[in-house]
Design a protein around this ligand. Structure first.
Ligand SMILES: [Cu+2]
Length: 68
């Protein structure tokens, strides 16, 4: 399964990481997600037909755009 770790500079507290984890888990195809406050990094694992573009678009929609 594809997996990706990326930075989300707008993470600044536990509310941010919980929001990101909750929203990504609601995407059909996301199999695991871990967001960290200190490093501002998120790791997501997913399966087709979901794509990285779908994940990136969701993060942009909720104002946590990823930086690759
Ligand atoms: Cu926050």
């Amino acid at each position: 399964m594809p997996t990706k770790t990326f930075s989300v500079p707008s993470i600044n507290c536990g509310h941010c990481t919980r929001t990101i984890e909750r929203e990504l888990k609601e995407l059909t195809g996301v199999t695991s997600v871990k967001a960290e406050i200190d490093s501002k990094k998120v790791t997501v694992e997913w399966q087709a037909p979901l794509t990285w573009d779908d994940i990136r678009e969701l993060l942009e929609d909720i104002d946590y755009p990823p930086v690759e």
